[in-house]
Design a binder for this molecule. Structure first.
Ligand SMILES: Nc1ncnc2c1ncn2[C@@H]1O[C@H](COP(=O)(O)OP(=O)(O)OP(=O)(O)O)[C@@H](O)[C@H]1O
Length: 300
């Protein structure tokens, strides 16, 4: 479990993390989302004791990270995959980490195999591709077989097979009862990976909710009827929010398909199509963070 209580980090006048209070529970994959610069990395760095909070606390498994005995056995992290000596081989990098954390040498071979780097384990990491570097970073995070994992953009640079592998790995780790916090800008990937979401905007908490709730809240029903205007007014009277789609169908929020079918029947409007449409995480996310995007491309 990771607990943040009024966590705040200021850099001069800039507030990177703003009174953030949230608990990351074990046994599920929590997706950590937010626009660029919203404070995700800073939050993770505070949890790992790499950045000192200006105010508030961050604890992991009930303690500040720096007070954990043998922290690599408790918490694994992928924060900056470039933070390693380019002249070392993957194996020697992991062996050095294992040695300095009193972890058995045999674990190094285990994690190399786990992340699929056997064939390049004795190559210098300076020549690694972004994806190979990510795999090595994940190997390092898993070295201590930790209860808590913090992974900042773990699928960055991975090919589709690698992305699928990370998704499966995170699922297994969460199912084993570990705490898994993972950030990503790839919404379709996150939609398939996370059970729960914590969303930041300008350092503040925008949402802390199950994935299904966020998607459910943005679900709608599509209905087509030759008497669309008649049906639309009946649905609005019943409290539905109705929009006309480009092809003449109605997109209805706030009423479920059964209610819409009943209202159509009562109104005498014939129905040619009635389908529930679930929102994509991307659409729900963009709606949620719309006002909190700090860096936006200028429209051309
Ligand atoms: N060492 C630092 N010194 C000054 N400002 C910093 C420092 N680290 C982060 N910031 C600022 O704090 C804010 C939050 O940055 P952070 O990297 O935590 O965001 P993020 O959500 O991880 O962004 P991204 O999605 O782009 O990785 C940004 O405005 C950033 O410029």
């Amino acid at each position: 479990m990771i607990e943040l209580r009024s966590l705040t980090k200021r850099y001069r006048s800039r507030v990177a993390v703003d009174a953030l209070t949230v608990t990351i529970e074990p046994g599920r994959v929590t997706g950590f989302l937010g626009p660029n610069g919203s404070g995700k990395t800073t939050t993770m760095r505070c949890v790992l004791g790499l950045t000192r909070p200006t105010a508030g606390t961050a604890t992991v498994l009930g303690h500040p990270y720096r007070e954990l005995a043998r922290p690599m056995r408790r918490v694994g992290a992928l924060i900056d995959p470039r933070a390693r000596h380019p002249g070392r081989t993957a194996r020697s990098h992991l062996l050095a980490l294992a040695q300095s954390n009193a972890l058995p040498r045999a674990r190094v071979d285990e994690v190399i195999e786990l992340v699929g780097l056997e064939s390049v384990a004795d190559d210098r990491v300076g020549g690694f591709s972004l994806g190979m570097g990510q795999r090595l970073g994940i190997a390092a995070a898993l070295l201590g077989d930790p209860d808590v994992l913090l992974l900042d953009e773990p699928v960055n640079g991975l090919e589709p097979e690698g992305i699928r592998w990370v998704r499966g790995l995170l699922r297994v780790l969460a199912d084993e009862g570990r705490t898994v916090l993972v950030s990503s800008h790839l919404m379709s990937e996150m939609e398939d990976t996370a059970d729960h979401l914590v969303v930041l905007g300008r350092g503040r908490l925008l949402a802390d909710l199950p994935m299904a709730d966020l998607l459910g809240a943005h679900a709608a029903v599509r209905v087509r009827s030759p008497q669309a205007p008649l049906l639309a007014s009946a649905l609005q009277r019943a409290g539905g929010h109705v929009e006309l789609e480009i092809d003449g169908a109605l997109k209805v929020e706030g009423l479920d398909a059964a209610a819409i079918g009943d209202i159509a029947f009562a109104t005498g409007a014939r129905v040619h199509e009635l389908a529930r449409i679930t929102a994509s995480l991307e659409a729900a996310y963009l709606e949620l963070t719309g006002d909190d995007v700090e860096y936006r491309a200028a429209p051309r």
